[in-house]
Design a protein around this ligand. Structure first.
Ligand SMILES: Cc1ncc(C[n+]2csc(CCOP(=O)(O)OP(=O)(O)O)c2C)c(N)n1
Ligand SMILES: [Mg+2]
Length: 894
């Protein structure tokens, strides 16, 4: 069979490749040249735009490409000039380079395999240092500074600079990646949790920095629009790896930045052409690909491809031959060039065109080798940054071409394996010293000694002067902001008193709590509701009108429902962040708002509510980053519970998000059943986070099942917060009746209460019932007590709270709408037999009653589970009486 032909590589504009009337073409080109010469490029663009528009009317289809040729966006003659002493700046940067490399080499000599990266920072040292010396402002009394999202695995570069700045000692540098065994040791990557005075942003999981930086910039615009903070003029900078752009989080929200014209956002993509395993686009060109992607998304794109040493060659290139070869070469070739030498570049690059070979005939191999890349040229980088910070109306991306492992020579420069190189050969170390002209003896070099010039040296003066002029050092993280005035519990009286005959859901209870907060004078402006297109699902659409949906454009249309009371109101001063369908974007907003106390000295209280199934399992890594970032606020998993959200089926019904959230150390996760529990948890959460400054956040599941909510039993608060409290007591303990203890959480608590009735009425069994608001909190307290007991073997043992609550010798049954692992968390502290029911398996759609029967968490199964511990014969009777099928397959298997 003949092979099917693949797509051709011919460009779509193929017809244009064959010029059918070269004279006519050159007349057009000459006319254009004349316009540029006489009226300037702006006028040329105006005319061309009009001409293209006209042509498209005639049916030509797309003409203009989003790409420009493979050279710098800013022509050499238009570059802003790097001020000061470029040679001195290079010397300072070389010292930072050395120390960054040395700390990794030393760490791995001490502890083989401890890891660390050399190559990435060496490729972006210029990109950092130009920013630090000229652009990035620190926070001062006069105002907050810029926010820089540094690349995670380039942390040695930040540490090396902090060492010169006197913020870190040599001992601390030697504690790189030894945070446990060396006090003051430095974390591998930027972790606010581990270095809370230093790192601001958790960036190392690739893609997290980029998406959170977009929502940070957007949140700053939001704060400004609402008149809460002066964020104008402050910039968010984010360093992105060229391999990192393949993470969906990286590019997934680029459109938002363009659409909302986030001109306070600057991304620098370090196009060193390599990721971990090999080239990013060996067969293509990452810079060209990204240029059109970003431009299409509405960004201002500045390409910094070639360094100054290319300027004369490019100036000579009136026939475009050099640029043509530059465009023909793919990134795989560009990588190889820089792993070889000048002779190789002459032969394989310039050799592609005999005319070019002649053009460089006068240059030595050494001179050819020194032809530098834009991202490694401080002048080019300065010019790009200068333009980026002045650009208005759009976010800017700088696509900077560099070399991975720059300066590592035979130990890594441009090599496939460079990403993971943690060592340097002796020769490579000596060559590094020579290349960067470091005043170190051979012995110092071979011992990879740190180098700090005398305090009065010009390098140190430059370092200090520049940072002083820019408002101090960076990164610096603020641990806390002034406390908020927290409403007292009776603010939520409506929830505490119960609903009487009325049936509502916990979602509705939450919305009422939120409404009460929005009425509270002290806290209302700090509240940030965040919703990914589910407000109507949760009955929150009333807020649209009441507090408005933030939109930088306001509302340019009359909404379809404008005549209604609760119309869809977009507003420049809106308070709701209606994110559209992006859970990743929404949690990025949560992080921005939840860390506002630190980054903007302004505590904000995010309430991020979404479909619980599309939460942790969708954006788990961002949840982890929120935790690391010490974000404070409330995450609300709506329509939760495997059997409670009943009609939606397998991909919607969540019976495990509590297990997933239980892994986050500083997340307090609750599964409340009643409105007063919701109110108590939220009120206490506000107190902890925004008055006591605890670095925790909350996960609450909310359900859509309507039922009556009782009034809060007196004194229940403490138990609600700790994770369980006795809701109902069985008959007198003196009666001779058999007894069980029943635990229920979320909506399944109602089944448990019904089971208690069945047990009494049908089987003469008394049951005490606990509402368990958090198996996860109970477990935490239990393991803490257990650990203390282990380490204090001769002291009076502490009794975990679970054990204090439950009686020994009485069987206990727990049921929840989550997989058994959730309630199993407390097993070892339950005295006596413990039987757990849960919703393990795939969800499916049916009525709640059918689902609860299927997953065996309804009142009948709870009763059977209890009887099974008391008297197997009676349990058998109950199975028959309630018509349960003992041979039904395990829900996990069907
Ligand atoms: C989500 C995620 N996947 C994988 C990694 C492991 N990792 C760290 S750096 C890296 C390569 C990064 O390449 P690039 O983005 O081009 O950055 P460069 O080091 O080249 O600047 C990988 C795969 C990670 N940190 N995060
Ligand atoms: Mg890379």
């Amino acid at each position: 069979m003949p092979m099917r032909k693949g797509p051709t590589s011919k460009p779509l504009t193929d017809g244009a490749a064959v010029d059918i009337d070269a004279v006519e073409t050159s007349e057009w080109v000459e006319a254009l040249d004349a316009v540029v010469t006489h009226d300037g490029p702006d006028r040329a663009r105006q005319i061309l735009t009009r001409v293209v528009e006209r042509a498209q009317h005639a049916g030509t289809g797309p003409i203009a490409s989003l790409n420009t040729p493979y050279f710098n966006t800013i022509p050499a003659e238009r570059e802003a000039q790097l001020p000061g002493d470029p040679a001195l700046e290079r010397r300072l940067r070389s010292i930072v380079r050395w120390n960054a490399m040395a700390m990794v080499v030393r760490a791995n000599e001490r502890s083989h395999g401890i890891g660390g990266h050399i190559a990435s920072y060496q490729s972006l040292a210029v990109l950092y240092e130009v920013g630090l010396n000229h652009f990035w402002r620190g926070s001062t009394e006069q105002g907050e500074g810029d926010l820089v999202y540094f690349q995670g695995h380039s942390s040695p570069g930040n540490y090396a600079r902090a060492f010169l700045e006197g913020r870190l000692t040599a001992e601390q540098l030697d504690g790189f990646r030894h945070e446990v065994s060396r006090p003051g040791g430095l974390s591998s990557y930027p972790h606010p949790w581990l270095m809370p005075d230093f790192w601001q942003f958790s960036t190392v999981s690739l893609g997290i920095g980029p998406i959170t930086s977009i929502y940070q910039a957007r949140f700053m615009k939001y704060l400004h629009a609402r008149g809460l903070a002066e964020t104008n003029g402050r910039k968010v900078w984010c360093f992105v790896g060229d391999g990192e752009v393949d993470e969906p989080e990286t590019m997934g929200s680029a459109g938002l930045a363009g659409r909302e014209r986030l001109d306070n956002l600057i991304w620098v993509v370090n196009c060193n052409l390599q990721r971990l395993d090999g080239p990013v686009r060996g067969n293509g060109k990452i810079i060209q690909e990204l240029e059109s992607d970003f431009r299409g998304a509405g960004w201002n794109v500045i390409k910094v491809v070639w360094g100054s040493r290319w300027d004369p060659l490019l100036a000579q290139d009136t026939d475009g031959r050099l640029v043509r070869v530059m465009e023909e070469c793919v990134d795989g070739e560009y990588q190889t060039y820089k792993s070889r030498d000048g002779a190789y570049v002459r032969e394989h690059f310039f050799g592609k065109d005999p005319v070019l070979l002649k053009r460089v005939a006068h240059m030595s191999d050494e001179e050819i080798w020194l032809l530098n890349r834009g991202g490694l040229d401080q002048q080019k980088v300065y010019a790009a940054y200068h333009e980026a910070v002045r650009h208005t109306g759009q976010p800017t991306v700088i696509l900077a071409k560099t070399i991975k492992g720059y300066g590592m020579g035979a130990s890594g420069e441009g090599q496939m394996v460079t990403h993971q190189a943690k060592k340097m050969t002796d020769d490579a170390l000596l060559a590094f010293r020579d290349r960067f002209e470091l005043p170190l003896t051979d012995e110092q070099v071979l011992a990879a000694e740190y180098y700090k010039p005398p305090e009065d040296s010009p390098e140190m003066q430059l370092l200090r002067d520049r940072r002083a002029a820019l408002g101090g050092t960076l990164p610096v993280r603020r641990r806390e902001a002034g406390p908020l005035e927290i409403p007292t519990l009776d603010t939520f009286k409506g929830q505490l008193d119960g609903t009487g005959e009325r049936e509502i859901s916990t979602t509705m209870a939450f919305v009422r709590v939120l409404a009460a907060l929005l009425r509270d004078k002290a806290i209302s402006t700090h509240v940030v509701p965040i919703v990914p297109d589910e407000s109507r699902t949760f009955g929150m659409e009333g807020l649209f009108r009441q507090i408005g949906i933030y939109s930088p454009a306001g509302q340019l249309y009359q909404p379809q429902d404008s005549t209604q009371l609760m119309f869809y109101k977009e507003d420049q001063h809106g308070q709701i962040l209606e994110e559209g369908i992006t859970e990743a974007g929404s949690i990025s907003s949560f992080i921005a708002a939840g860390t506002s106390y630190s980054n903007h000295d302004l505590p904000m209280v995010p309430f991020f509510i979404y479909y619980s199934m599309f939460g942790y399992q969708r954006v788990g890594d961002l949840v982890w980053a929120a935790a690391d970032s010490r974000a404070r606020g409330f995450v609300l998993g709506g329509t939760a519970g495997r059997t409670t959200l009943n009609g939606e089926g397998l991909q919607h019904e969540d019976g495990h998000s509590h297990v997933l959230f239980s892994v986050v150390p500083n997340c307090r996760a609750y599964d409340p059943a009643f409105g007063y529990e919701v109110a108590v948890i939220i009120q206490d959460g506000l107190r902890r986070m925004f008055a006591e400054q605890e670095d925790v956040f909350y996960y609450l599941t909310l359900m859509n099942e309507n039922y009556r909510h009782p009034a809060m039993p007196a004194g229940a608060e403490d138990g609600i917060l700790r994770g369980m409290y006795r809701l109902r007591e069985g008959g007198s303990k003196r009666s001779r009746r058999p007894r069980v203890q029943l635990l229920g959480s979320g909506t399944i608590l109602n089944e448990v209460l019904a089971a208690a009735d069945l047990l009494r009425e049908d089987w003469g069994v008394e049951a005490d019932v606990w509402s368990v608001t958090s198996f996860t909190q109970l477990r935490r307290e239990g393991i803490e007590a257990e650990r203390w007991n282990m380490l204090h073997p001769t002291a009076d043992p502490r009794q975990p709270y679970v054990a204090q609550q439950l009686s020994d010798g009485v069987p206990t049954v727990a049921a929840s709408d989550y997989m058994r692992a959730f309630a199993d968390q407390i097993r070892q502290w339950v005295p006596g037999p413990y039987r757990v029911l849960g919703t393990d398996g795939f969800g499916r759609s049916d009525t709640r009653a059918a689902l609860r029967g299927f997953f065996e968490v309804d009142r009948h199964y709870v009763a059977v589970a209890a009887l099974r511990e008391l008297d197997p014969a009676r349990a058998q009777e109950a199975i028959e009486r309630y018509d349960l099928n003992p041979e039904a397959p395990m829900p996990t298997s069907v």
